[in-house]
Ligand binder design. Structure first.
Ligand code: HEM
Length: 425
């Protein structure tokens, strides 16, 4: 069979070209792969869900006599199928894992300087991937049309509408109509969620990996000592492929266990859409934005030529947008030449590391604000949360900068006195 294919498509040439690529052996290099596994599981379990999900809000009579929306009822039906609830739960948990793994992978790239020349483009593509993963998860959230999911998605609808001048157009492109209410919304979110975003993700992940293969990985630090100037690692075929296969099976086992033990989003408990607004919290990766929305005072608004600039715009668009722009500019600002081939240690770049730690603290504090104090924040909690959001990140940035500086100078002194014998990173 192999020979038959080889004679027709010269696959051994492809094999020589791509499958001998060396993969560095280091656990931090598996984070991108975990994001990839999560995506594969999302697609596979998503295909199963599409067989039985009905993207419609028309009201139909359920077998138990209740009048329910078709989307909600179809999810109840999926949950009643053999392994249906577990597969839906795996889909849900994998969405969380994909976002978390992509974020941790970003941190690895950031702290090891792997975004620098020549990898600027792949850094930008990676940022796009993180954004796409989050938007894909968001568009899937309302699909069960239960009371909790609809209320949480309404926050996103409000943010889309808050963009001055073009907010209504953006909300209507994304949602297809008034949300909740219009029967166009679920079909629109469904088509974006199961077709357009997955296609975009597949194309973007493909490009990301092709660029990575072409440019080769950054090298772990031990490579500099063991074989300076050489690309070290195990070949893609068979070693790396076997490792990835095993890791994928481990991923499947863990998510199947977690999905079975902790059924995600139990829609029976939340109930169908009703006039009663439940006390909702968005998913963890939106909680920091939700926190900002809660503490920004409603008086922070003004109007220019009919365009409204309000709290939802500041917290939901401006702050995340500014962080995105800063991240996108990073490889073009940090152009210091520094042995581009090898990963850098966080302690070698005190400023970059301490700002990253400060930003993480900012996310944590804003998440705390999102978690705290529903339905409204009192006069004492709001200033306290503002103080935490502004002061804690600033202090942690300063403290970690001083710590990193001393760590690095001690290290370089140590290294000049006696070169370290073992592999580092
Ligand atoms: C869906 C999300 C993503 C997937 C599936 C993915 C996948 C991968 C994989 C499998 C690798 C090779 C293994 C590794 O170095 O960890 C890689 C490398 C890389 N990724 Fe991602 N990635 C994603 C998101 C991101 C993000 C958010 C960034 C940064 C903003 C990014 C930037 C990079 C860079 C610069 C490399 C080359 C690293 C090096 O040479 O050491 N990726 N990606």
């Amino acid at each position: 069979m192999y020979q038959w294919l080889d004679e027709r498509f010269d696959i051994s040439r492809l094999q020589r070209k791509f499958l001998r690529k060396a993969f560095p052996v280091h656990h931090s290099f598996f984070l991108g792969e975990i994001a990839l596994f999560a995506f594969v599981v999302l697609v596979l379990t998503g295909i199963f869900l599409t067989f039985n999900y009905e993207p419609s809000t028309r009201v139909i009579r359920a077998p138990d006599g209740r009048d329910l929306q078709a989307a909600y009822l179809s999810i109840l039906f999926i949950d009643s199928l053999p392994f249906g609830a577990v597969l839906r739960s795996m889909h849900h948990w994998s969405a969380h894992i994909m976002v978390a793994a992509a974020f941790l992978h970003l941190l690895r790239i950031l702290l090891s300087g792997a975004y620098k020349k020549p990898r600027e483009l792949n850094w930008l593509i990676g940022l796009g991937l993180l954004g796409l993963s989050i938007v894909t998860a968001f568009t899937g959230y309302a699909l069960p049309y239960d009371n909790y999911a609809v209320t949480a998605t309404r926050i996103g609808y409000g943010i889309a509408q808050s963009i001055p001048w073009i907010g209504s157009a953006v909300a209507s492109i994304m949602f297809g109509g008034e949300f909740p209410g219009s029967d166009r919304v679920i079909p629109r979110l469904y088509s974006i969620h199961v077709l357009w975003l997955p296609l975009l993700l597949i194309a973007t992940i493909g490009l990301h990996l092709l660029i990575m293969i072409k440019q080769k990985h950054t090298q772990p630090r031990y490579a500099e000592k063991v074989a300076p100037g050489k690309v070290m690692g195990v070949p893609a075929m068979p070693q790396q492929a076997v490792m990835m296969g095993v890791l994928f099976l481990v991923y499947l086992a863990i998510t199947a266990f977690v999905a079975g033990a902790f059924l995600a989003h139990p829609i029976e408990a939340f109930g169908p859409l009703s006039v009663k607004t439940p006390d909702v919290k968005p998913d963890w990766y939106f909680l920091w934005i939700y926190g900002l929305l809660k503490i920004i005072p409603s008086s922070w608004q003004f109007e220019i030529f009919g365009g409204k600039f309000g709290p939802e715009f500041w917290g939901g668009v401006v702050v995340p947008g500014m962080l995105g722009v800063v991240a996108a500019l990073l490889p073009f600002v940090d152009t210091r030449k520094n042995k581009l081939r090898y990963v850098e240690l966080p302690s070698q770049h005190p400023l970059r590391t301490s700002i990253t730690v400060g930003l993480l603290m900012f996310f944590i504090m804003a998440t705390l604000a999102g978690y705290k104090g529903d339905p409204g924040l009192d006069w004492l909690t709001t200033p306290l949360l503002w103080t935490l959001i502004l002061v804690v990140p600033t202090v942690t940035t300063a403290v970690s900068y001083v710590l990193m500086k001393s760590l690095y100078s001690e290290r370089s002194e140590g290294e000049s006195a006696a070169p370290s014998p073992g592999p580092g990173y």
